[in-house]
Design a protein around this ligand. Sequence first.
Ligand SMILES: [Zn+2]
Length: 111
Amino acid sequence: MRKNKKLYKRLARRHIEELFSFAERIQKVSQELANRAIEIALRIAKHYNIRLEKEKKQRVCKKCGAFLTPGINAKIRLKAKTIIIKCLHCGAEKRWPYVKENIRKRSRSNN
Ligand SMILES: [Zn+2]
């Protein structure tokens, strides 16, 4: 049973990857379909208790659930040590610290 659970989780993760890349491709044609794909991906992640990577989280508006691509439907601004991603659908802003992360990553790869 336990092995099965692991397998399902792995499959779910792959499914999420596919949904995100699908959203990326379909967005130019239909934002609505991209949003739907993301909605499904998030539902799968929740169901299997999968944590999305930061790269993926940054692409989804928390407020309206839209799949965001900078230059298409999102604006990115850098302010001091914060990256601000603004959703152009609902105007919600997400903030992420980015300098700290880079330093941490760098020191980790030096080990
Ligand atoms: Zn939004």
